[in-house]
Design a protein around this ligand. Structure first.
Ligand SMILES: NC(=O)C1=CN([C@@H]2O[C@H](COP(=O)(O)OP(=O)(O)OC[C@H]3O[C@@H](n4cnc5c(N)ncnc54)[C@H](O)[C@@H]3O)[C@@H](O)[C@H]2O)[C@@H](O)CC1
Ligand SMILES: [K+]
Length: 475
């Protein structure tokens, strides 16, 4: 699934409008919207005829879409009331609703909101600034308190369309019906959670002229793209990972990174971290070797803590020409520029430090931050967290890994994720693909095995998930 910015949507709509009659795009949008709302009414109340619908109408075309859709519902017998909450409502749309038997009510004449079966949020669309005026926010809160489900038109009013930020009040929709293309706010938290179920209505936009802002992966695509071993794959074909992670202070990080590499399918893992981790690794992962030798991907940095020789270790690994993953404390030892075949795996705080900005700046606009990480380092960057984004040199498109439950938000998850990334990298995949496949695998495994699993146990469930995908793919 691809997502685009408001500026891009405006360009795409301008092109489409040159070849269709005036108002045609809005009619396509309204027809699609009305169909989704009708289905939703039937699902929730068993009928469209007689169902009560409240339409919140803003001053722009978003309100126009809502009014034209409401007119269609009114013609099917729905009892539609509209309330104009900001500026003047779309004139033709309002006339169409009134002609179809709908009513325009005053905000203080709405009565008990619980009698409405559904509300349509046509307050603000892609022309909206984040936040809602106080009286609109009050009405939205009353609908919420009355448990009236909201269908958002194009996007939940109040969210920032291009970043997914929700800096002030915003609608929380059960369903969002968007037009032409998916927008960034539908995919990025915290706006994603306010989008509810997303339905895309085709209004005939040709997206091929624009570079997508986001390329979002789903589980099927991950399974299709996984570097499955072939009939003749040996351990070198599957890839050897060299793990130099952990320290006397943090031996566990090295162990968990190793769990990730083993369970992500590496052909062989060489553990090059501290001696103190050896007994634990030997007991639990007897396939891991401790001798230095040929590797096809490095993994450096997880749990290093203070590492006096860190800069030299990273420089040597980068100089070897083999790709690698640079995680956690290793990020502070990176050279000025890295090749795009190297993957950095910071969380928001680490990326903020790398960029010399506040953590909130990364959290408020993660797309911009992850791209800035690439510009600054030359490497591919996986921004870890609730939403996992991957940016790389040579394209502005940011890839979005399959989202997972928040169970993975615990110490050690990042170490195992770095190991999973290194396993895919060692199999010969480019850094951006390694990042998105590994992050998605961990999320899918966490969703399939919900509950607070220790990260190394979740790594084992990742292997189970690969097994399940593998079985599904056998003829
Ligand atoms: N452009 C097109 O071709 C199409 C547009 N469509 C609809 O049109 C929408 C965009 O319409 P508009 O460009 O008219 O913009 P909006 O309907 O999003 O509203 C913009 C208006 O709201 C005001 N406003 C913005 N943020 C505010 C805030 N926080 N508080 C108070 N007032 C605020 C602005 O001053 C402006 O008057 C899309 O989201 C979509 O629903 C669809 O009909 C499909 C076709
Ligand atoms: K809206």
């Amino acid at each position: 699934m691809q997502a685009f910015t408001v500026e891009q949507v405006r360009r795409l709509e301008a092109v489409a409008m040159r070849v269709v009659p005036e108002g045609a795009l809005m009619q396509r949008a309204a027809a699609g919207l009305a169909a989704v709302v009708a289905t939703e009414l039937v699902r929730r109340t068993g009928r469209v005829y007689g169902a009560r619908v409240l339409v919140l109408v803003g001053p722009g075309n978003n309100g126009g879409d809502a009014l034209w859709a409401a007119a269609r519902l009114a013609r099917r017998g729905a009892r539609v009331s509209a309330v104009s909450v900001l500026g003047r409502p779309h004139a033709e749309g309002l006339a169409a609703l009134l002609a179809a038997g709908g009513r325009l009510l005053d905000a203080d004449a709405l009565g008990d909101l619980a009698r409405y079966d559904l509300a349509l949020d046509g307050v603000l669309g892609i022309g909206g600034r984040p936040g809602l005026p106080e009286d609109v926010a009050g009405l939205v809160a009353r609908l919420d308190a009355a448990h009236v489900p909201v269908v958002a038109v194009d996007l939940p009013s109040g969210v920032a369309a291009d970043t997914g930020a929700v800096p002030a009040e915003a609608v929380a929709a059960a369903v969002t019906v968007t037009f032409g293309v998916v927008k960034v706010c539908h995919l990025l938290e915290p706006a994603r959670s306010r989008t509810g179920r997303l339905v895309l209505v085709d209004i005939g936009l040709d997206t091929t002229t624009e570079t997508p802002e986001i390329d979002a992966w789903d589980a099927d695509r991950v399974a299709d793209a996984w570097p499955w071993p072939g009939a003749s794959s040996d351990k070198y074909g599957k890839g050897v990972v060299g793990v130099d992670a952990g320290s006397e202070t943090y031996p566990g990080a090295g162990i968990m990174a190793t769990y990730g590499a083993v369970h992500g399918g590496a052909g062989m893992v060489r553990f090059l971290g501290p001696q103190s981790a050896h007994p634990m690794i030997t007991t639990n992962l007897p396939d891991v070797v401790f001798a230095a030798g040929r590797v096809q991907a490095h993994l450096l940095g997880s749990g290093w803590g203070e590492r006096p020789d860190g800069t030299q270790v990273v420089a040597d690994a980068v100089g070897s020409g083999v790709p690698g993953v640079l995680d956690a404390d290793g990020l502070g030892h990176r050279p000025d520029t890295l090749p795009g075949s190297w993957l950095l795996t910071p969380h928001a705080g680490e990326l903020a430090k790398l960029l010399g900005v506040e953590r909130t700046q990364v959290e408020d606009d993660p797309l911009a931050a992850v791209r800035a990480g690439v510009d600054k380092t030359g490497a591919t960057v996986l921004l870890k967290g609730a939403t996992q984004l991957v940016a790389r040199p040579g394209t502005t498109t940011v890839e979005l890994a399959v989202p997972g439950p928040a169970w993975t938000g615990q110490a050690g998850s990042g170490d195992t994720l770095a190991g999973l990334c290194a396993a895919v990298l060692a199999a010969g995949r480019p850094a951006h693909e390694a990042a998105v496949l590994a992050a998605s695998l961990q999320a899918v495994a966490a969703a399939a095995h919900p509950g607070p699993l220790p990260p190394h146990v979740l790594a084992e469930r990742c292997a189970d998930q690969l097994g399940a995908w593998w079985r599904e793919r056998q003829p």
